[in-house]
Write a protein that binds this ligand. Structure first.
Ligand code: PNS
Length: 171
């Protein structure tokens, strides 16, 4: 039987507050697997992110420029609705450790219930980055620790500027 050729669009959703090298590794690997990869920033203002959705989108765009089939977008509401708007059939997520699994399983099953046919594809995080999270990066940086090699240099610069703004406000 001849194989059906079709193009697959995947959405990689997340908070990305800020993007880490772990996210970037997943984006690079996802760009090889899918025809089109949309990195989608959740505009979760209620969680009081360190960076606005616009800033997070800007930071992502700076670091994904080299991948021709990767785009960056922003969304509110259900991720499956956002994915449908792009005719995406895959949600891409990373798993760092077994502790991620339960949360990811719940989300994947909920998303499949909301939109049957929407598949979540999991990639195992690169072991070099499996301990990194945006939360820890912010905490360590805020306390003066080095985050060199954990985030792209442009993100480290922005973190520096944001932290000094916060310190000035608090002074
Ligand atoms: O990087 P994060 O914060 O773990 O990403 C979580 C995200 C954005 C993937 C998830 O919160 C999400 O998809 N939110 C959109 C709301 C939604 O669709 N909820 C139903 C599926 S659980």
């Amino acid at each position: 039987m001849p194989r059906k050729l079709r193009s697959v669009t995947a959405i990689y959703p997340g908070s990305f507050d800020p993007i880490t090298n772990g996210h970037l590794d997943l984006i690079e690997r996802g760009s090889h697997l899918f025809d089109r990869l949309i990195v989608s920033v959740l505009r979760n203002d209620s969680k009081e992110p360190l960076f606005s959705a616009e800033e997070r989108v800007e930071m992502l765009r700076e670091v994904v420029q080299e991948y021709a089939n990767v785009e960056v977008s922003c969304f509110n509401g259900l991720v499956v609705e956002h994915a449908a708007a792009y005719s995406a059939t895959v949600l891409l997520r990373g798993i760092r450790a077994i502790s991620d699994y339960e949360y990811e399983l719940q989300m994947a099953l909920m998303n499949r219930r909301l939109r049957p046919g929407m598949e979540t594809v999991f990639l195992l995080a690169n072991e070099a980055y499996s301990f990194i999270s945006s939360r820890l990066v912010k905490q360590v940086f805020g306390l003066g620790g080095s985050i060199s090699g954990l985030v792209p240099p442009s993100v480290e610069e922005r973190l520096g500027r944001r932290m000094s703004e916060i310190r000035k406000k608090g002074a």
